[in-house]
Design a protein around this ligand. Structure first.
Ligand code: AMP
Length: 223
């Protein structure tokens, strides 16, 4: 069974780039005390480390394309089977293609675990483009900020930890357009995949951050 009502918080959060998955996943991870597994963060760490995975992934990410299913499924297989994820997890950024979704279903079966909820966050494309173009990320604590929505006295340092704020290479305008087209072609079918299985829960991600967290917590409480 893909979903179950057991007490483990195993959550799949997905939706278009810039919808606020990362922000919500970080908040939920700290509230629910479960690890936040972001495949984008795993790849960006590999790029910083200069590992073979990082070298392969960088060009693909900078072009707004998707890293291959084989690589991504291999990463998720190792992470979900690790002790760290034994008590629950929140998956952010995986699956992004139907083969990844199918591989995840098979992997959960192999591990004899089920998900608590599959949550789809959505806002319209105009809002996504505006959010991505104004997004800044802290290099140290990973906090996500917006030059449009947050009052920042200084756009170069993080108000929480003082770390350096930077614009992701893939948040540049040309790459945003490419990422959205890849999303429509490769990731939208993942929504259909979960819809057909009858497990998808929609969340309108337009609104205050806390309001959206509460909507997600409500879904989890009722799941
Ligand atoms: P994110 O931080 O989730 O927006 O991911 C940043 C980039 O990492 C994406 O645009 C892709 O190039 C790559 N990436 C992250 N997760 C996946 C995935 N599940 N499949 C393929 N590529 C991914």
């Amino acid at each position: 069974m893909l979903l179950s009502k057991d007490s483990y918080m195993r959550i799949l959060l997905f939706g278009p780039p810039g919808v606020g998955k990362g922000t919500q996943a970080k908040l939920l991870s700290s509230k629910l005390k479960i690890p936040h597994i972001s495949t984008g963060d795993i790849l960006r760490e590999a790029v910083v480390d200069g590992s073979e995975l990082g070298r392969k992934a960088k060009a693909v990410m900078d072009a707004g394309q998707l890293v291959s299913d084989d690589i991504m499924i291999g990463i998720i297989r190792n992470v979900l089977a690790s002790v760290r994820c034994a008590q629950g997890f929140i998956l952010d950024g995986f699956p992004r293609t139907v083969p990844q979704a199918e591989a995840l279903t098979a992997l959960l079966q192999t591990l004899s675990i089920s998900l608590k909820a599959v949550i789809y966050m959505d806002v319209d494309e105009k809002e996504i483009i505006s959010r991505l173009s104004s997004r800044l990320t802290c290099r140290v604590c990973g906090k996500i900020l917006s030059t449009a929505g947050d009052t920042l006295d200084d756009t170069s340092s993080c108000p929480t930890c003082g770390g350096e704020l930077y614009q992701r290479d893939d948040d540049k305008p040309e790459t945003i357009i490419k990422r959205l087209s890849v999303y429509r072609k490769s990731t939208m079918p993942v929504k259909d995949y979960y819809q057909k299985l009858g497990v998808l829960r929609d969340v309108n991600a337009l609104g205050e951050v806390d309001q959206i967290t509460n909507l997600i917590l409500d879904i989890l409480n009722r799941s």
